[in-house]
Write a protein that binds this ligand. Structure first.
Ligand code: NAP
Length: 247
């Protein structure tokens, strides 16, 4: 895959899907900024993995839902690299509960962590990338953002909102050659899904046409394509990486 840009910021890249995205993008020769909130040791391990494969990476700690921290981080990156070519808004949380028991704060907390954070990231990226008339952003939504899920009204709202928001950013960014796309993973083998009970997991797997959980690298490959020059005429699009679970 071909990348005209030089560097990428991947949020929530200390583990799971984000770590795989960081490593795959590092393998294409991009300088990777590995964001984490609390897991510094894991983030440094991702950096070490990229560097031991011949890539270039830096770790940067900030909470994606705190505007001032995001602004500071964007400044550090632009002071160091002179700009930002690519952004992957991957950081996200769940806080599952049936809607009838969910408090407003529990709803809003997930919206802030998953949706407000992506809005801040997209807005700041668009400002920066517009200056160079070049950039590509991928937002990591979820199958749940497309079809909903019991116990996840907060998460579904955040991830569904991310899809509509990305299409709106795609309209605003197009005249400046800044593209916005979305990847909606299905059931991927990470710590987020490891906490599910085995019987629930088995029930999910029975419904997946490809008959297995996905791997983070399989999500990362779709992200790499959407960031790269190979997808230069694609914006406002959603790619599902879910083994056929939702078509
Ligand atoms: P994960 O293993 O729990 O990792 C989440 C990452 O996000 C961690 O690096 C964590 O950093 C970071 N993070 C969380 N909140 C943050 C914040 N406020 N600021 C900065 N970083 C923050 O999750 P995952 O399974 O890889 O999921 C990654 C993304 O894919 C999420 O957006 C998730 O919704 C989406 N997704 C996952 C699946 C799946 O099956 N796993 C399916 C569909 C969509 P620290 O640990 O350092 O705090």
């Amino acid at each position: 895959m071909k990348f005209s840009g030089k560097n990428v910021l991947v949020t929530g890249a200390s583990k799971g899907i984000g770590a795989d995205i960081a490593k795959v993008l590092g393998s294409y020769g991009l300088k990777v900024w590995i964001n984490y909130r609390s897991n510094q040791d894991l983030a440094i391990k991702v950096k070490d993995d990229i560097e031991s494969s011949g890539g270039v990476a830096s770790v940067i700690s900030f909470d994606v839902s705190r505007e001032s921290e995001v602004l500071d981080a964007f400044k550090v990156i632009t002071d160091c690299d002179g700009g930002l070519s690519y952004l992957v808004n991957n950081a996200g949380i769940t806080n599952d509960k049936l809607a009838i028991r969910m408090k407003n704060e529990e709803f809003l907390n997930v919206i802030e962590s998953n949706l407000l954070s992506a809005f801040i990231g997209c807005r700041e990226a668009l400002k920066l990338m517009s200056k160079n008339r070049f950039g590509s952003v991928v937002n990591i939504s979820s199958i749940v953002g497309e079809r909903g899920n019991a116990g996840q009204t907060n998460y579904a709202a955040s991830k569904g909102g991310m899809i509509a928001m990305s299409k709106s950013f795609a309209y605003e960014g197009a005249s400046r050659n800044v593209r916005f796309n979305v990847v909606t993973p299905g059931f991927i083998d990470t710590s987020m899904t490891a906490s599910l009970k085995d019987d629930i997991k088995d029930a999910y797997i029975k419904n997946i046409p490809l008959g297995r959980l996905g791997d983070g690298v399989e999500v990362a490959n779709a992200v790499a394509f959407l960031l790269s020059d190979n997808s230069s005429y694609i914006t406002g699009e959603v790619i599902r990486v879910n083994g056929g679970l939702y078509m």
